[in-house]
Design a protein around this ligand. Structure first.
Ligand SMILES: Nc1ncnc2c1ncn2[C@@H]1O[C@H](COP(=O)(O)OP(=O)(O)OP(=O)(O)O)[C@@H](O)[C@H]1O
Ligand SMILES: [Mg+2]
Length: 479
């Protein structure tokens, strides 16, 4: 629909066509030739072609037709009535044909203008959409930047294969991006959580739910890091997940503090108990041992009584050793760290074991280059000796123990490796519990003490039973 054209504007537009009409009418009244000037009236219609008003060409054609008819009755000399009549009929026909042509052209022009307006509008819309898209992308980029700065982010596909990791994920896990992409998320599994734990997690996210929890992960350098984790599934239009976004924050420090506080609370209780034992049991035990030795010295050597007292003395020594372990465990000593040659430390353990009857029949060797690591040498030496003793006890007087030292840019590892029977799964799960032992004369504190010494150094202990047999205990000390 076109807007109605105001009357004044219409009159202005009529100026030129009417001038033409008037000129042709004057010429028509003056001349009478073979071609009458009335044939020129269509020019008046033609000049309306630019006037965007369909009424105008029709009006001019109507007025032109009327003037053509009027012109017929104006008396002129030498007029040939028949030719003049034919000319006028032609003029009227030409007038209305021209009007039809002009109307058609006007319509075509209008359509053209409409098309141009639509194209212009489309262009404006395109520019606006582009601007909005750029704005959204910019905002998205800002949000991603903020997320990457504050969180550890990874994305996996529905099979659990890693498709994206941010810089912080690489930093905390120790892996380069290339080492992670395409791998299954299981590669950072620390082995702490049960299969049920992960089954519940997958059950929640695979049904479109958001899972939150605290997860312990393993780094490339075999250290653990705890993460407060939120896993958000990204859903397809039909509601099925197409990928999972995991947003984590590192809570390792908090977890360490929590664990230390827990340990300290139970140690405080144990410490109080140990003090009582030390006073009430150890001192009388020393008296008993002394008295027994005096009695024994008065007996005939190799007599039955002499042998029995010898047995009692051995048990008293064992009890004393157990009490010493308990006191060491219950009252942790502060570390006295100093640069230590770990290879030398392993050699010391080999020398000490050579002089110890509990290592009889066992071949023990030290391996690795000389290199320095800042540790409490006495405590670490005691820990390695403890592990070597466990290995010797497992070997039952036959086999080989290797003490191996390896360092990389991040940490130093001491491996105590034996070719004994290995360790049952049930024992593996409990062996670090204080007082857990499978030996008739063990206190079950050996590994607990070793673990604490390593953790006091900020390191960690791991036990492996390779398929090829035997046991390997890793002590990892950060550099
Ligand atoms: N190298 C090993 N091979 C096989 N079993 C081992 C080995 N090291 C440790 N174990 C198992 O782990 C258990 C716990 O060891 P841990 O050193 O804490 O206590 P223990 O040796 O039994 O007693 P303690 O060291 O206090 O005298 C052992 O009883 C043993 O069953
Ligand atoms: Mg032991």
């Amino acid at each position: 629909m076109t807007d109605p054209v105001p009357l004044t504007e219409r009159l202005q537009k009529l100026g030129l066509p009417f001038t033409v009409l008037s000129a042709v009418f004057v010429a028509d009244t003056l001349h009478a030739t073979l071609l009458t000037p009335a044939l020129l009236y269509p020019i008046a219609v033609l000049v309306t072609v630019d006037i965007d008003d369909p009424a105008v060409p029709r009006l001019i054609a109507a007025v032109g037709s009327a003037l053509t008819v009027i012109g017929r009755f104006v008396p002129r000399p030498e007029a040939l009535p028949t030719i003049d009549l034919a000319n006028r009929v032609m003029s009227v026909v030409a007038l209305w044909a021209t009007a039809a042509l002009v109307l058609h052209m006007s319509r075509f022009q209008r359509k053209l203008r409409k098309g141009e307006a639509i194209a212009e509008q489309a262009q404006v819309l395109r520019v606006q959409t582009q601007q909005r898209l750029e704005l959204s992308l910019h905002e998205l980029h800002d949000m991603k930047f903020a997320l990457d700065q504050s969180c550890i982010v990874s994305i996996t596909d529905v099979t659990g294969a890693i498709t994206y990791v941010n810089e912080r994920f690489c930093d905390v896990s120790g892996y380069a991006r290339d080492e992670l992409l395409g791998q299954n998320h299981r590669m950072i599994n620390s082995g702490l959580h049960t299969p049920d734990f992960f089954a519940t997690l997958w059950n929640v996210v695979s049904h479109g739910g958001i899972w939150r929890g605290e997860v312990r992960n393993r780094s490339k350098y075999n250290t653990f890091w705890w993460a407060d984790t939120t896993i958000v599934p990204v859903l397809e239009a039909d509601g099925t997940p197409k990928q999972y976004v995991a947003i984590r924050s590192n809570i390792t420090a908090r977890k360490d503090v929590e664990e230390r506080l827990r340990d300290q609370a139970s140690l405080a209780k144990l410490g109080a108990m140990a003090s009582v034992i030390a006073h009430e049991v150890r001192n009388p035990l020393a008296g008993v041992s002394g008295a027994m030795q005096v009695l024994r010295s008065r007996m005939a050597a190799e007599s039955e009584e002499w042998m029995i007292i010898g047995d009692v003395l051995e048990r008293v020594d064992q009890l004393n050793a157990s009490l010493s372990d308990l006191l060491i465990y219950a009252r942790p000593q502060p570390l006295h760290k100093a640069p230590t040659n770990l290879r030398q430390l392993l050699d010391d353990v080999v020398d000490a074991s050579a002089a110890d009857p509990r290592f009889a029949g066992v071949a023990i060797t030290a391996e690795g280059s000389n290199s320095m690591c800042t540790v409490d040498a006495n405590l670490v030496r005691g820990a390695v000796f403890n592990l070597a003793l466990n290995a010797a006890q497992a070997l039952k007087g036959r086999g080989r123990i290797r003490l191996i030292k390896e360092c990389n840019g991040h940490n130093c590892t001491i491996r105590v490796q034996d070719d004994g029977p290995g360790i049952d799964k049930a024992v593996l799960e409990r062996m670090f519990e204080p007082f857990f032992t499978t030996k008739s004369r063990g206190t079950g504190l050996g590994l607990s003490i070793v673990k604490r010494v390593v953790e006091q150094h900020g390191g960690e202990i791991r036990v492996e039973c390779p398929a090829t047999g035997g046991t390997v205990v890793h002590l990892v000390f950060p550099l």
